[in-house]
Design a protein around this ligand. Structure first.
Ligand code: GCO
Length: 450
């Protein structure tokens, strides 16, 4: 798609995974049960009853996976630490053996010249804590703090990049609202708001712990999958309407985390369902961060409207294309607008695309090649938007492909493949797909060859 300017030398070329989705080794070395182990064993919750017991077995095969990253030329690896591996009973003693794994992984990455980006919570809550009510109970805060302290004090001398929570709207909204993710509950609006509040509060505590226990040059931020409005026309009134939509829809997360308050209109709208807020909470939640990580999978087209919100959301036509999951509709401009709106609405200086990628119905040729042209198109289209954001000086510092490798795709089990690397889940054989080769080319050319 043509040669453009190179991206800045320090642009971060990464790939991402998460603990439950790739590690496997679910029942060894003292790891405790997490809510996804339980959810996956609940009939009807996960496709074909798949679970993360083995996944990609990265717990054992990490040296091989680092080698794959080197082959692709990846400069940064975003992974998450598993709370049930580190504090198996949710509270109390640290399981040293579990923590050792992340120590080895971190050292292995650094030796290979790959920068670790650590996410502290990517959904694998210890089941014992869920038995107490999980994120809905304020007591989760007292459990989360020592877990984060254990991780950061062990890895913080080497890890410079920290991400607190991954996608609060998913693990709260879908975990306790729609019930489509673990723990699969449907609670009241009041309890849900309280869950969001506790997630925000633990984010704030994690920021402070990183500041006090990690190396001085460490940076920390949160990762969100915001609802992203895309202006239907690239025109000031449409852009204004989309920006309004961005601010309105993200109010219960962006305002507290980035501005240290809930907006009055939002609190009024919740009425008796507003969360209970303790005196110091907002200050902790609003602890200054260094960046926002954005996960980009789709966006919504919006236009200005003469209604109380000032915008309309347009329905997708029936024939709009999608990848191997219905909700994966390609709207690559969402990437650019998300970076721009975080900057314009919340003065965010730095963003990463912490995830972008798609599931494709990959096929292996008799010669063993995976010609994933659909994923390559996705990657190209999104990288062009990355370049646009960088060219306009929006502070976009890097991108992490979701995912390094095929893995356990939550309630879709192993049926949906998001990787640049194909995994044969019977033999654990890894094979670079053509998209991995494209990514290598992009990295080698500094982003010129997209
Ligand atoms: C996320 C999800 C990932 C998913 C990916 C594809 O962070 O967005 O948690 O773990 O696998 O989004 O659905």
């Amino acid at each position: 798609m043509g040669r453009g300017e190179a991206l800045p030398k320090d642009f971060v070329w990464g790939a991402a995974t998460s603990s439950y989705q790739v590690e496997g080794a679910a029942w060894i070395d003292g790891r405790g049960e997490c809510i996804w182990d339980r959810f996956a064993r609940t009939p009807g919750k996960v496709f074909q009853g798949d679970n993360g017991d083995v996944a990609c077995d990265q717990y054992h095969l990490w040296p091989q996976d680092i080698q794959l990253m080197r082959e692709i030329g990846i400069r940064a690896y975003r992974f998450s630490t598993a709370w049930p591996r580190i504090i198996p009973t949710g509270r109390g003693a640290v399981n040293k053996v579990g923590l050792d794994f992340y120590d080895r992984l971190t050292d292995g990455l650094l030796e290979a010249g790959i920068e670790p980006y650590v996410t502290l919570f990517h959904w694998d809550l210890p089941q014992v804590l869920q038995d107490e009510g999980g994120w809905l109970q304020r007591s989760i805060v007292d459990a989360f703090i020592p877990y984060v302290e254990a991780v950061v004090s062990r890895l913080g001398d080497r890890v410079k990049h920290w991400m607190t929570h991954n996608e609060i709207p998913c693990f709260i909204g879908q975990g306790y609202g729609t019930g489509t993710q673990a723990p699969g509950l449907q609670v009241s609006k009041k309890e849900l708001n309280q869950g969001y509040h506790h997630a925000c509060l633990t984010h704030g505590h994690a920021v402070r712990i990183v500041r006090s226990l990690a190396r001085r040059d460490a940076e920390v931020g949160f990762v969100n999958n915001p609802w992203i409005p895309v202006p239907l026309l690239d025109r000031e009134d449409h852009i204004e309407a989309a920006r309004k939509a961005f601010v309105r829809v993200g109010a219960n997360l962006h305002e507290p985390i980035l501005n240290g308050r809930y907006p009055d209109w939002w609190l009024e709208k919740q009425g008796v369902d507003a969360p209970e807020i303790h005196p110091a909470d907002m200050e902790i939640i609003g602890s200054p961060t260094d960046f926002v990580g954005i996960n980009i999978y789709f966006g919504y087209f919006t236009e200005p409207a003469d209604n109380e919100n000032g915008f309309n959301v347009l329905p997708f036509p029936k024939g709009y294309p999608h990848l191997d999951l219905k909700w994966l509709k390609p709207v690559p401009q969402a990437l650019y607008w998300a970076a721009r709106f975080y900057r314009e609405a919340y003065r965010v200086k730095k963003t990463y695309v912490a995830e972008t990628g798609c599931a494709c119905a990959d096929e292996i040729t008799p010669e063993g090649r995976i010609i994933d042209l659909d994923r390559m198109q996705w990657m190209r289209a999104h990288m062009l938007e990355v370049r646009r954001a960088v060219d306009e000086g929006l502070g976009l510092a890097g991108v992490f492909q979701w995912s390094l490798m095929d893995n356990f795709e939550w309630s879709e089990g192993y049926a949906k493949r998001f990787g640049m690397v194909h995994v044969d889940f019977t033999t654990q054989k890894r094979t670079l797909k053509d998209s991995a080769c494209l990514y290598r080319e992009m990295i080698l050319s500094g982003g010129r060859n997209i």
